[in-house]
Design a protein around this ligand. Structure first.
Ligand code: CP
Ligand code: NVA
Length: 319
């Protein structure tokens, strides 16, 4: 039995959890995944009974939006789907939006541009649980699904190595944070101006357990050598569309193709948060190959976020 105990208010970053929280979240996610077949008879089917959860997305989404909606419903909660015309920080101050919402709902799930804005929102509303559904800087919910996927494949995570090839972006940041806490080594290969920020390396180093190491590389081949999984993401994140042509040139040597995968450990997994761009950051062959776990990652967004909602909103529930 897994106790969903947590005293956490927000999940703006993987760093809002400690290692025990993260491990508990993965364990709970595996449990709610197994229980899903029970439908309305699942032990957590009424865990959010009478609770309201709002969602506000300032950027497009397929996976995050759908999986949070389904998670809220399957936990017995009520969804308030806010529209982008709320215009966070433009129509009225961020803190005012937060202080309105905390009078009505228990939690808000936000996808927006700035991590700073999200922090401002969470600080303004002391009674509201705030969840980061992606900012320019971090994508912590993705990291939960990624490590649930790896845990399913590998069992023990500790001592494994993930190579992340491409832009040192929001997905790479949350991956690095979570890996460090879980004792997983990460090799990141990026062109020099797109390396993981130094602050992220420091954060990951500060929370690292079981000797987990985060190493930065400039050559993709060096990062991938001997890795258990190879991860990539789009070269042009949402909001960077004007740089797309330039980025396609800069990142071309960082494409994950069969030649690069052959340098990893035999049987190494291919990972991507999606949406993917075949012929850019990954070839169609690798994306569609036996080693690709991208749709497991997508499925696990649902189970990981259910576990997260239970930890934040229903800590007494024991499935
Ligand atoms: N991976 C991910 O967050 O997908 P969406 O942008 O579709 O939500
Ligand atoms: N780095 C990507 C992730 C999309 C899920 C972006 O921010 O657009």
């Amino acid at each position: 039995m897994t106790q969903a105990t947590s005293t956490r208010k927000d999940f703006l970053s993987v760093l809002d959890f400690d290692a025990a929280d993260l491990e508990r979240c993965l364990q709970l996610a595996a449990q709610v995944k197994a229980d899903r077949a029970l439908g309305r008879h699942a032990p957590t089917a009424n865990a959010l009974d009478g609770r309201h959860v709002a969602m506000l997305f300032d950027k497009p989404s397929l996976r995050t939006r759908s999986t949070f909606e389904i998670a809220i419903r399957e936990l017995g909660g009520h969804l308030v789907a806010l529209q982008p015309d709320v215009a966070l920080g433009k129509r009225e101050p961020v803190a005012d939006v937060a202080r309105n919402l905390e009078r009505w709902v228990d939690a808000v799930i936000i996808r927006t541009f700035s991590q700073h804005l999200l922090q401002e929102f969470a600080t303004a509303a002391k009674r509201l649980h705030v969840v980061n559904a992606l900012t320019d800087q971090e994508h912590p919910c993705q990291a939960i699904a990624d490590f649930l996927t790896l845990q399913e494949r590998f069992g023990q995570l500790r001592g494994r190595t993930i190579a992340y090839v491409g832009d040192g972006n929001n997905v790479a940041t949350s991956l690095a944070h979570a890996a460090a806490m879980l004792g997983v080594h990460v090799h990141v290969a990026s062109p020099e101006p797109y390396q993981l920020p130094h602050a992220v390396v420091q954060q990951a180093t500060a929370v690292a357990r079981h000797g987990a190491r985060l190493r930065l590389f400039s050559e993709a081949a060096d990062a991938v050598a001997g890795a258990d999984a190879v991860y990539t993401d789009t070269w042009t994140s949402m909001g960077q569309e004007e740089e797309a042509v330039m980025r396609r040139q800069v990142f071309a040597p960082y494409q994950v193709n069969e030649a690069l995968m052959s340098l990893a450990k035999p049987g190494a997994l291919f990972m991507h948060c999606l949406p993917a761009h075949r012929g850019e950051e990954v070839t169609a062959e690798v994306f569609e190959s036996e080693s690709s776990v991208v749709f497991d990652q997508a499925e696990n967004r649902l189970h990981g976020q259910k576990a997260l909602l239970l930890m934040l909103l229903a800590p007494a529930v024991t499935p």
